[in-house]
Write a protein that binds this ligand. Sequence first.
Ligand SMILES: Nc1ncnc2c1ncn2[C@@H]1O[C@H](COP(=O)(O)OP(=O)(O)O)[C@@H](O)[C@H]1O
Ligand SMILES: C[C@@](O)(CCOP(=O)(O)O)CC(=O)O
Ligand SMILES: [Mg+2]
Length: 328
Amino acid sequence: MTLSSAPGKVYLFGEHAVVYGEPAVPCAIERRARVEVRQRDDGRLRVNAEDLSLNGFTVEYGATADARPDVDVPESLVTAATQYVDGAIEQVREVTGAEEAGFDVTIESDIPLGAGLGSSAAVVVAAIDAATRELGVTLDRDELAERAYRTESQVQDGQASRADTFCSATGGAVRVEGDDCRSLEAPELPIVIGFDGGAGETGQLVAGVRDLREEYDFAAHTVEAIGDVVRNGEDALADGDVEEIGRLMDFNHGLLSALGVSSRSLDTMVWAARDAGAHGAKLTGAGGGGCIVALDPTEETETALSFTPGCEDAFRAELAETGVKRVE
Ligand SMILES: Nc1ncnc2c1ncn2[C@@H]1O[C@H](COP(=O)(O)OP(=O)(O)O)[C@@H](O)[C@H]1O
Ligand SMILES: C[C@@](O)(CCOP(=O)(O)O)CC(=O)O
Ligand SMILES: [Mg+2]
């Protein structure tokens, strides 16, 4: 049996635009997905993912068609729920050359699904790391991040960045621009997260921005403007200027809103945080629903969010210094 864990993340700046080659700065947080893998002799894959509930059903499933969950929901929803784990195991078989390898995979995660905290990347990174090690192969961080990226890219129809997967594999704050991925020195940040209890589907939201960008020059310019915000944000991070970081986060949220990826509840939480005196607030990740990230060293934002209708959970997040952790 082999166990690995990997952290989720928030985007300080740059989600969506990073898919088109602009820089982004995500930051790993101490909320983890733990994936336990045991090799099987019969070549089959069985995945036990208790947190995997989507539109009210919970699935436990295996790799073959007959092992798909017997639930009364459209196949497309089941595929949406299971594709990241399936894709991770495909990468494991490819990179180890063990095409026939079978596994029992158990996933436990404290990262809400589809909420912009990078649950998919954490699950994929931890699953690839644990399953390769179970086969006696230890990937270095870069190879692990690359394989995890390929999984996300495949699921998101070829439209994914390396940001989530590199951040989850490496930990800390990172900067990603195209295939240039590096760790960043970041000041200690007073991160507060608000969660509306909902989710957005990353693939669909990314496709929406792609279409807008193709249709309107101003949408393409909006994506470029996000890149400018990120470059300013990097300077503010280097200076440790939390107020300026917050102001740029506000700006980044406005541009994401213009691209159609915010929602009423995300906007409501963003404004509740600002009204409470946060330095800044923005949605994190793909959007559509899920989480916002705010900066506030005081208790005010967390308290205000916990009384905001539509906010289901508000909590402080610590930076995760370590990315993937190899437990045994
Ligand atoms: N605990 C989990 N168990 C199994 N699969 C998971 C788990 N957490 C996330 N996933 C996979 O990741 C998908 C959500 O990823 P995504 O839409 O990118 O949102 P995010 O990465 O922001 O959480 C889920 O539909 C599922 O396929
Ligand atoms: C929208 C995007 O920039 C980030 C998606 O983050 P998440 O899966 O919603 O946590 C997509 C990507 O970078 O691949
Ligand atoms: Mg994701």
